[in-house]
Design a protein around this ligand. Structure first.
Ligand SMILES: [Zn+2]
Length: 164
């Protein structure tokens, strides 16, 4: 039986860093602040996959205090997470929330990079926050994702429904 998980992330805009969303570098006057490459979409997807697999969260797997993850390629972190799970991702659906830059032109490339990392179809959608709040004031970008995951037969996760 498939399990689902949800992931949410946000990062603040900062000058002088590249803007990477869903593994795609986008031409923009600011980037996102963070210890890794601050790929807000890859992080939300990673947390959704980890949640679906009952395997903790991204902060536990890649602590921001660890120098190994400084400026890390978050697509590669996602690939590492997925390869360590006992089972397979079924699909992922995600939404990027920002006023700018426009996500549409990069959607297909993001979907391809993320799908390649998780080994399953990924759909990327985008919306604005209609000018509301910090995201509306263009202070940063947020992303939310859900993932479905099929635990390998015989693992604790797949048997969980039998234990009560
Ligand atoms: Zn993040």
């Amino acid at each position: 039986m498939s399990r689902v998980g949800v992931g949410y992330d946000s990062h603040r805009f900062v000058a002088g860093r590249p803007l990477v969303i869903g593994g795609v570098e986008i031409e923009f006057d600011r980037g996102l602040d963070g210890h890794s490459d601050a790929d807000v979409l890859a992080h939300a997807v990673t947390d959704a996959v980890l949640g679906a697999a009952g395997a903790g969260d991204i902060g536990a797997h890649f602590p921001p205090t660890d120098e190994r993850w400084k400026d890390a390629d978050s697509i590669e972190l996602l690939r590492t997470v997925v390869s360590g799970l006992d089972g397979a991702v079924v699909n992922v659906d995600a939404t990027v929330i920002c006023e700018r830059p426009p996500i549409g032109p990069h959607r297909a490339a993001m979907e391809e990079r993320l799908a390649n990392a998780v080994g399953a179809p990924v759909s990327v959608k985008a919306t604005t926050n209609e000018g509301l709040g910090a995201i509306g004031r263009e202070e940063g970008i947020a992303a939310i994702a859900v993932a479905a995951f099929d635990p390998a037969p015989g693992t604790g996760a797949s048997d969980a429904h039998d234990t009560h």
